[in-house]
Ligand binder design. Structure first.
Ligand code: TYD
Length: 210
């Protein structure tokens, strides 16, 4: 049975770590899967990602930004996600449509009706079966990011250089999205301040059941 699982969260919430844990577990169980990320995941998407993340692109408008994220998603869904789901595969994606609503909608203040129609256009209406949302307070997330940057483990990108109030709107936005979802049970909301092990177990409990 095909399964489309997305990971969401504010910056520094530990998505990358948990995706690695989940993929290791799936491998150990002999379950085939495909893991990808946004923006990026395809050759064209990775080129778009570079433009989006370039810290020198300070003049990028919110409108250009949303169109670039959407372009990357349109390519990913058609080139990789849809064909694999059609073959009955498991696909994991680090960020998806919810990131757009949270960052460009709640964060940047773009119009939701427009975001919905753009998302629909990019995804052909494809929704995740499960959205794993790692919830973390903004101060802790930003401190984790700063630490990763200071120790050279991760470079800061253009979206890491916004003010704290922006990330707070994004976090509040995620909570709102989960509340308003037509299928709220597809959200697995976890506290990202728990230990890596505890979170990994909670994720596995839900995924293995699916
Ligand atoms: P990335 O380095 O992948 O960060 P993270 O590890 O936090 O996922 O950067 C992705 C950035 O792009 C992140 O700050 C969120 C942002 N983003 C949007 O603003 N809108 C979107 O639609 C997507 C997919 C990502």
């Amino acid at each position: 049975m095909s399964l489309f699982i997305t990971f969401e969260g504010t910056d520094g919430s530990g998505k990358t770590t948990q995706i690695q844990r989940l993929t290791a577990r799936l491998e150990a169980e002999g379950q085939t899967f495909y893991a990808t990320r946004e923006p990026g995941g395809t050759k064209i998407g990775d080129q778009i990602r570079q433009v989006l993340h370039d810290v020198n692109n300070t003049e990028m408008t919110a409108e250009a930004e949303i169109l670039l994220y959407t372009a990357s998603r349109a390519q990913l869904v058609r080139e990789l996600v849809n064909p694999r789901l059609a073959r009955g595969e498991v696909v994991l994606c680090d960020r998806y449509v919810e990131s757009t609503y949270a960052y460009q909608g709640y964060g940047r203040g773009l119009d939701f009706a427009m975001l919905r129609s753009l998302s629909e256009f990019a995804t052909q209406g494809l929704r995740p079966d499960l959205i794993i949302y790692l919830d973390l307070d903004i101060e802790t997330g930003l401190a984790r990011k700063a630490n990763l940057a200071a120790t050279g483990q991760e470079a800061l990108n253009r979206m890491d250089k916004l003010e704290q109030a922006f990330y707070q709107r994004v976090r509040d936005g995620y909570h709102e999205l989960a509340r308003q979802d037509s299928e709220p049970t597809r959200w697995l909301i976890l506290s990202a301040s728990e230990s890596i092990e505890t979170i990994a177990q909670q994720i596995w409990a839900r995924v293995s059941a699916l």
